[in-house]
Design a protein around this ligand. Structure first.
Ligand SMILES: C[S@@+](CC[C@H](N)C(=O)[O-])C[C@H]1O[C@@H](n2cnc3c(N)ncnc32)[C@H](O)[C@@H]1O
Length: 236
């Protein structure tokens, strides 16, 4: 089987395999975009422990680098197409472990703090992606990399915004398509009151913001009427 250093990503990208099936047809369009392919590939090396939810071109990139890779997808057909493409391209899949299942059903079975890199690109629905994210955060080693694909989808964007705000992560790349962050520490089980992302969006905070906005907006009228801030609420 081929040496990872001979792997020609540009050649694969210019003629990507049709791994996914939509409306009875095999397509290549659901793959990670070219920038994500290169960012991913640049971070992979032989024997790294890696995990992805979903499967496709990304799985081929992990295999080509001979990572100890775990790929979770419910679609056996995809797994067969990936294996057959890799065989034809002399890419060794013997260190890729396919788990044919929905990620939310099995991801909790994996060993904690084991993985160097996790790509989340499986089910993007609510709340599946949050289940993936929760376990990915626990499965990653400190210093490990998390990639979330499909920033145009609200649920994916929400996870990316959360990690941007959280001290347990450092987001180093955020494009219109993907976010890439490094895990700095274990913060995933923090209570909401220690998460600025949640506090800022919670009702007490929103009420204060709304009140401040109304007071500011009505300031010209109140000053015309001779009402200062304290007069508005009545003298005590
Ligand atoms: C956008 S595609 C992934 C594209 C892939 N990363 C690539 O580069 O080609 C979404 C993938 O998620 C898989 N999927 C759908 N539901 C899933 C679930 N509940 N758990 C894990 N994977 C799921 C689909 O079978 C598909 O492989």
């Amino acid at each position: 089987m081929s040496d990872p250093s001979n792997f020609d990503l540009e050649a694969i990208i210019s003629n990507p395999p049709k791994i996914h099936e939509a409306r009875g047809e095999l397509i290549a369009d659901w793959k990670i975009d070219n920038r994500t392919c290169f960012e991913l590939s640049a971070r992979l090396k032989q024997s790294l422990r890696t995990l992805e939810t979903g499967a496709g071109l990304s799985t081929i990139i992990f295999a080509a680098h001979r990572c100890h890779h775990t790929c979770i997808t419910p679609d056996q057909g995809q797994v067969d197409r990936i294996k057959s493409y890799c065989a034809s391209a002399h890419i060794d899949t013997s260190s890729t472990n396919f788990m044919v299942a929905k990620s939310s059903d099995v991801i909790h079975q994996l060993a904690r703090s084991e993985f160097d890199l996790v790509l989340i690109d499986g089910c993007h629905g609510f709340p599946s992606i949050f289940v993936d994210f929760y376990y990915a955060a626990k499965l990653l080693k400190t210093g490990g990399t998390l990639i979330i694909d499909d920033m145009h989808i609200y649920t994916c964007q929400l996870v990316a915004r959360f990690i941007q705000s959280d001290p347990g992560w450092k987001v180093t790349i955020k494009t219109r398509r993907m976010a890439l962050g490094v895990k700095l520490s274990d913060t995933i089980d923090e209570e909401w009151s220690n998460q600025s992302f949640v506090v800022q969006r919670s009702s007490r905070q929103l009420f204060t913001k709304a009140l401040r906005f109304c007071l500011n907006a009505s300031r010209p009228l109140r000053s015309k009427l001779g009402l200062t801030g304290t007069q508005l609420f009545g003298k005590r």
